[in-house]
Design a protein around this ligand. Sequence first.
Ligand code: NAG
Ligand code: NAG
Ligand code: NAG
Length: 453
Amino acid sequence: MLHYYVLFLLFSIGFADPQSGLILVNSDDSAKESDVNVEVTKNAGSSIDDEDLEVFQPTAEWQTIQPGQGIPPGLHVRMNLQTGQKEAKLMDGDDGSKYQSNKDSKQKFITIDKNVISKQHLKEALKDFRDKFHDESPPGESSDQLNSHMDAKKNFRSIEDIRKELEGADIFVKKDIEIIKKHVETLNSTSSSLPEKEHALDELEFYVHQIDNAIDLDTIGGLTLVIKLMNSTDPSLVRRATYVLGSATQSNPNVQQAALKQGALPLLLRLLSNQDNMAVRKKAMYALSSLIRLFPMAQREFLKLNGLEIFKMLFEETGSGALAVKAITLMTDILTEQIQHVKALLEKQGKDTSGDISGRVPLLKTMAEKGWCQLVPSLLHTTENDTREKVLQALHVMVEGCKSEFQQPRVHDSLNKLKLQWLKDANRKEGHEDPEYVTILAQLVTDLISKLT
Ligand SMILES: *[C@@H]1O[C@H](CO)[C@@H](O)[C@H](O)[C@H]1NC(C)=O
Ligand SMILES: *[C@@H]1O[C@H](CO)[C@@H](O)[C@H](O)[C@H]1NC(C)=O
Ligand SMILES: *[C@@H]1O[C@H](CO)[C@@H](O)[C@H](O)[C@H]1NC(C)=O
C-alpha cells in the first residue's frame, strides 16, 4: 500500500509571536498529497500585541490564511505546495459555533491547554520521513505502483523545500534565537519551577543540533547556565543539561572550545564516575565523546585529568558493561584520529610513516604506560560478540604501542580460539548468528593475528 506523507504542523498561536513545531507523520489514508494538516495548540502566556490582524474566521470551505494571521485551534489546515499558500477550514462535523461565539475576542486563542510537543518527536519524525523516502522501494513493486510512488515523491518535494517555504511564512516559524532566548531566561529565573526548567532543557537539546543555534546559545550566556545545571543537585536537571551539552558540542568546534573553557570536562568526568545514576552517566559519556572528538586540546586535558583512570573503573565495576563498551569505542576513535594526524604531519614533513609512531600518539603512549595493553585484551573474555568486535577494533589501533603485550601466549591463545570458532561458525549454514557478521568478526581477528606475527 502506498503511503502518503502528511505534514502536521503543530504550532501555537500568538499573533505576532507564534512559536512553531513541525510534526511529520506517516499516514496511509488517502488524503491528497498536497494537503498539510495543521493543528494548533497552546501558547499560554504569550502576549497579544498586534491588534491590526484580522482574526481568521473558519468556515466549512477552504480559505486562504494571510501571512501573519493567527488561526484558532482545531482546524483542518493545508498548504498548497504549488503556491505556498496556507488554507484552513473547519474539521468535518464541526459547525464552527465555538469560533463564532467568540467572534470579537482574540482571547480564546490563548486559553488552550498547554500541550507541549516534544521536539524529540519532530526529530524522529523528520528522520523517519527521510528514511522512508530513501528506503521505500520494495522489490517487486509493480511499475504502476512505482510510477505513482515517483509521482508522490515529486509532489512532496524535499523536506528542505517545505521547510524553506514555511520559513518564508512568518505565521509558522519564529526565529530560533528568540525561542532559545526564552528557554535560557527560564533556566536563569529563580521563579521557574522544576518542570519548566526540564522543559526548557528538552527544547534546547533540540535546537542546539544546529551548529549556529549552539553557538548562539553560548553567545547569550546559555551554555554557562547549562554547565551550571550539570553541577546542580537535581539529577533530572543534571541529566538533561548534560544531554544539551553533548548535542551542542557535537561536531561544533566553537562550542567545544567554549565548553572546555567553562569547565565542562572535569564536571563530565565527575558525573561519569558517580555510580548512583546510570542515566546521568550515559549522558555524561555521550557529552564527553562529543566534547573531545576531533579536539586535541580537550583530549590532552582528558588525559591530564586522569580520564583513563575513570574509564578503567568502568571495566572493573559490575553492571557498567554498556558504558565500558562506549569507552572502548571512544578510545578507538580517538586513537584512530590521533594516528592519522601524526601520519599526516610526518608526510607533510616528508618523513617515513611506516615505522613505530606510537610514541608520538598521546593517547596510545599514555595507555601503554598505564597498563591498558594488558587490560584491553582481557576484555575478549566476554561472551558478547558486539563487545568482542569493539575490543578487536581497539586492539587493531593499539597494536603498534602494545606489540609485546599482545604477543604474550595468553593473548595469542584467546585470539586463535576466537578465530577458529568464528571461522567454523561462518562456514556453518544454520545457527542464530548472522553469518556475514561472523565472517566479519573472523576477518577482524585474522588480520590482527597477522599483524602480530
Ligand atoms: C541571568 O540573570 C542575571 C540577573 O538576574 C543576569 O545578570 C544574567 O545576565 C542572566 N544570564 C543570562 C544568561 O541571561
Ligand atoms: C561545581 O560545583 C562546585 C562546588 O559545588 C564548584 O567548586 C565547581 O567550580 C563547580 N563547577 C562548575 C564547572 O561550575
Ligand atoms: C557469538 O557468535 C557465535 C558465532 O560465532 C555464536 O555461536 C554465539 O552464540 C554468539 N554469542 C552471543 C552471546 O550472541
